[in-house]
Ligand binder design. Structure first.
Ligand SMILES: [Fe+2]
Length: 386
């Protein structure tokens, strides 16, 4: 995030002596991206953020291997048929992935342990329920429809209030608003579908006491559990342009045309090798002769992974797709509305759509995870030929 923020107490200048009430020094930590040549924040800890007392290897979180999408097919997965999980980190059911991104689903009601993803940023989309997101930067109250973007290396945990269902996108790099929405210095431009006021950040420090606190760390080499001498939630203040934030999909202002607009108008975030798009309730295309649902299309460089989270899906009528469903339309396959859908929507005279969906378009093929294969509707591929 290029937008400067400051929370809690920080010294007047960076890298000067900043003392605790007992006269000792706070421990300054610089968290910076891209070799400290990009966004960063300075955090001020009560205790040394370096003091670990134990390191243990742990087995893989999600388990199972990715399987190539062969023979090449459009797919339909029903996350609504997946059972409850342990928590929003260890309970992730791997749906799909490639070298750039891993996409998982979890339905959980228990707090996760402290967790740090050191492989890349995570974006967690909360489909339903409420949770508190706790981190070294402070806490965020998270609700249905929130995207929570968590910078690489942020120690955090999820505390659900009741059951939370969520889709997690684990990137192999940084997840950011699309460059074309920003000025050269990082301000959201007027044509962007959201802006700084729509982003929520922790409003105050989160201080927790504790000794010998384990933190699960995801690295390129696997999983490790590091035990910290003091609780990592000990930051009295931070400032900078790198922090976790929430953005609610209901704050995405759709861009509409008289005739059908392609997915880039729905783009919300970008990461290395993928984009994230939000399909939100909006007026349907309003040219008098408009065909108000998509044409058949072949996204030749992308796999389209679409999570249907609310509303009505006119283009998919008769396909079995419902709230909680995911469709995967891979490169190499032309897809479009189900038979009769175009005629039906024209005949209905509908002027608005209530669809709500989150789409991840990946620029390399998505392999299938065990979570997806456990909830696949194998008839989907043939629904256009009925
Ligand atoms: Fe599509």
């Amino acid at each position: 995030m290029p937008y400067y923020q400051r929370v809690g107490e920080v010294p007047r200048k960076r890298h000067v002596r900043f003392r605790r009430p007992d006269g000792g020094l706070y421990a300054e930590e610089l968290m910076g991206e891209e070799g400290f040549s990009s966004d960063s924040s300075l955090l001020y800890h009560r205790y040394a953020p370096t003091a670990i007392v134990k390191a243990e290897a742990v087995p893989a979180l999600t388990g199972g291997e990715l399987t190539p999408n062969l023979p090449l097919s459009p797919r339909h997965f029903r996350t609504q048929d997946l059972g409850p999980s342990e928590d929003l980190v260890s309970g992730r059911r791997l749906l799909a992935g490639n070298g750039d991104v891993r996409i998982s689903y979890a339905a959980a009601d228990r707090p996760s342990e402290l967790y740090r993803d050191s492989m890349g940023d995570e974006c967690v989309y909360v489909q339903s329920g409420r949770a508190t997101f706790e981190s070294t930067y402070g806490a965020l109250e998270v609700d249905e429809g929130d995207y929570v973007v968590i910078p690489t290396g942020t120690i955090h945990r999820w505390v659900p209030h009741g059951t939370v269902t969520a889709l997690t996108i684990e990137a192999a790099g940084h997840i950011r608003p699309p460059k074309r929405y920003l000025s050269q210095y990082g301000q959201f431009l007027e044509h962007a579908p959201y802006c700084e006021r729509d982003l929520r950040i922790p409003s105050e420090p989160l201080l927790s006491d504790g000794e010998d606190v384990p933190v699960l760390v995801r690295t390129r080499g696997g999983l490790t559990r590091l035990t910290y001498r003091n609780h990592p939630f000990d930051v009295v203040g931070w400032d900078g342009c790198l922090y976790p934030y929430a953005f609610n999909i209901a704050d995405f202002e759709p861009i509409v045309k008289r005739t059908h607009a392609p997915p880039p108008v729905h783009q919300t975030f970008e990461g290395p090798g993928f984009v994230i798009c939000s399909f939100c309730p909006r007026p349907l295309d309003f040219h008098p002769e408009a065909v108000p649902i998509p044409y058949n299309h072949h996204n030749v460089d992308s796999d389209e992974f679409m999570f249907y989270v609310g509303g009505d899906y006119s283009a998919r009528a008769g396909s079995g797709i419902d709230v909680g469903s995911i469709s995967l339309h891979p490169a190499g396959f032309t897809h479009g509305p189900q038979p009769g859908a175009v005629e039906a929507v024209i005949a209905s005279g509908a002027t608005t759509t209530s669809e709500l969906a989150v789409m991840i378009d990946t620029f390399r093929p998505l392999d299938l995870g065990p979570g997806a294969l456990a909830c696949e509707d194998t008839d989907y591929a043939w629904t256009w030929a009925r």
